[in-house]
Design a protein around this ligand. Structure first.
Ligand code: NI
Length: 189
């Protein structure tokens, strides 16, 4: 999915080190909405952890000539979150990223951007569900938007792994699993 043509603005954000894993423990007493949003937090933790495992030079890797680079895939995931959110909830102010950071090679800056867009999505979905308000476009309810983004990012995660492998920079399952699949499968009780 590519919506890069819809960029309408730019914004500089503060730099900072994103939390490696932001997932919270789930309990039986936890409200369903918190559990749902926790799954979104885990999705972003998965992505940021993967980003931090990309070997030097890996951000420029492509699965095939003409395919998006790893950096472009990550930028696209960040961008799609915000574009679909802005289209679906036009009453909410969403700062869309400019083109410049698509060429941003700073891993920690990319991590921070992903963290910020994940929080924006989280906050809007929570408010929308708590208020019982519909989305204006694309989705019958905010949960479908959230599920769409998780699916979309899983799809691009696979492409990222293929691109790195093609470039001879594959991340071993042993190195990747604790911070990626392990984020989903971490039973706390
Ligand atoms: Ni896409």
């Amino acid at each position: 999915m590519s919506r890069r043509g819809l960029v309408v603005g730019s914004r500089r954000t503060r730099l900072g080190r994103a939390t490696l894993v932001g997932a919270m423990p789930c309990t039986r007493e936890q409200p369903l909405l918190d559990t749902l949003l926790d799954s979104w937090d885990r999705n972003n933790a998965f992505l940021v952890n993967l980003l931090r495992l990309v070997p030097q030079g890996g951000l420029e890797a492509r699965a095939m000539p003409g395919s998006p680079s790893v950096l472009e895939l990550l930028a696209q995931m960040h961008f799609v979150r915000l574009v679909f959110l802005s289209e679906s909830t036009p009453d909410v102010t969403v700062d869309l990223p400019g083109e410049a950071w698509i060429h941003e090679p700073d891993t920690e800056r990319i991590a921070q951007m992903l963290k910020e867009s994940a929080k924006t999505v989280r906050d809007v979905v929570r408010t929308r569900l708590e208020d019982g308000r519909a989305m204006k476009l694309h989705y019958d309810n905010p949960i479908l938007f959230l599920q769409h983004m998780i699916w979309h990012e899983g799809y691009h995660h696979g492409q990222t792994k293929v691109a790195l492998k093609k470039a001879g920079l594959a991340i071993s399952d042993e190195a990747a699993s604790p911070g990626t699949w392990g984020v989903w499968m971490r039973k706390s009780t």
